[in-house]
Design a protein around this ligand. Structure first.
Ligand code: ATR
Length: 278
């Protein structure tokens, strides 16, 4: 039951109606007996959104598309990783002092490391050059990976490749790379290709894939994308999109409350919700 002292957490974005974050955070508050509620707000203007965090005393916020970059200028301080990435997905309200953090980056790297072990020195191909690709690419750079940014459009792809000292390939030239494919250790799709309803699409030519590779997809609806099915068929190790979503959400919950939540509980709640939707 909510009272006059219940703490408020929220997500800001546009759109936010499909976000799984309210489901997950409220389930955890409930399970852990924390007097808090987490709500979704679809907003047009992040400056006003940040003012509402201050004026309503919102304790913490998740930030999603399209505000992860523009929010930086409205906060009081930004942690080192978020500053380097240039994107914030978590805001903490410390007695009116607003701090921006980024858990997308560790959210991508941790599940990958759980599957492959250390990624240092590995050659990773990141498909996409948007906000998600940026967080993944900076994380990989920090881990000491060799990076190739693969993107449909050249300008955006080259820009990100330069920022992380990587090389750039267009998506079409990447998909013609069959002879060089043995040099690729990890492929990560950060685009929405393969997401419902386009479940038969994959950004990667299956003939590139081989059993030495690990393939990760950040799309989690469906959980087993065409890319991951093709990767499994080729004998690759795979990491599904829920892994990243859960890791970044768990890191966010820990920043909000100081408590490390159960990843299994989070996964179960999301899978239940996804299966209800079918
Ligand atoms: P996000 O912040 O979630 O990463 P974004 O900034 O809109 O979203 O970036 C989407 C990325 O997916 C981009 O790299 C985009 O490629 P372009 O830079 O060429 O636009 C890529 N993308 C989206 N739809 C795609 C498609 N159908 N085929 C290939 N790449 C696609």
């Amino acid at each position: 039951m909510f009272t006059a002292t219940t703490s408020l957490y929220c997500i800001f974005g546009k759109p936010v109606s499909h976000s799984m974050s309210p489901l997950v955070h409220n389930m955890l508050f409930n399970q852990l007996g924390i007097d808090a509620v987490y709500l979704a707000f679809e907003i047009d203007d992040m400056k006003n959104g940040v003012e509402s965090i201050r004026s309503l005393g919102i304790k913490g916020a998740s930030i999603t598309i399209p505000f992860k970059e523009e929010i930086l200028e409205h906060l009081d301080s930004i942690d080192e990783m978020a500053l380097e990435i240039g994107a914030v997905n978590t805001v903490l309200n410390r007695d009116g002092y607003l701090v921006g953090c980024n858990t997308d980056c560790s959210g991508a790297i941790e599940p990958l490391k759980e599957t492959t072990g250390s990624v240092a020195g590995k050659h990773v191909c990141i498909i996409g050059a948007g906000g998600a690709a940026r967080a993944v690419a900076f994380g990989m750079k920090k881990e000491g990976c060799r990076i190739t940014i693969v993107n449909r459009s050249k300008n955006r792809g080259e820009e990100l490749a330069n920022l992380v000292n990587g090389r750039f390939l267009t998506l079409s030239s990447f998909n013609d790379l069959t002879d060089l494919s043995n040099n690729i250790d990890i492929i990560i799709n950060t685009t929405s290709v393969g997401m419902t309803p386009d479940i038969d699409k994959s950004p990667v030519n299956p003939s590139i894939l081989n059993e030495k590779m690990t393939v990760m997809d950040i799309v989690y609806n469906p959980l087993k994308t065409r890319l991951l099915k093709n990767a499994e068929n080729a004998g690759c190790k795979t990491v599904d999109g829920l892994a990243m979503f859960i890791h970044q959400g768990a890191a966010q919950f820990e920043l909000f409350t100081g408590i490390t939540p159960s990843h299994n509980l989070m996964r179960e709640a999301i899978l239940k919700k996804l299966s209800c939707k079918k």
